[in-house]
Ligand binder design. Sequence first.
Ligand SMILES: [Zn+2]
Length: 76
Amino acid sequence: MKCPYCNLEMEKGFIQCRDGVYWTPKKQWVSALSSMAKGAVAICVDDKLMPKSRAEAYHCEKCKTVIIPYGESSEK
Ligand SMILES: [Zn+2]
């Protein structure tokens, strides 16, 4: 994946959290319950090895930016 800011190739990696990886519109007081937050979006991969604890992410060192595609077509 190319970085949308500088157009250099981004490094593929992972964001991981034991309690799942979710985007939420508001800050959660208890981050472990973020999956129950109103408007929560699961950005995690639901695989057999580590259910909902991992999301693929792309990193640009130059722009200090991480991009997390999610859903069925997240594999780039
Ligand atoms: Zn960049």
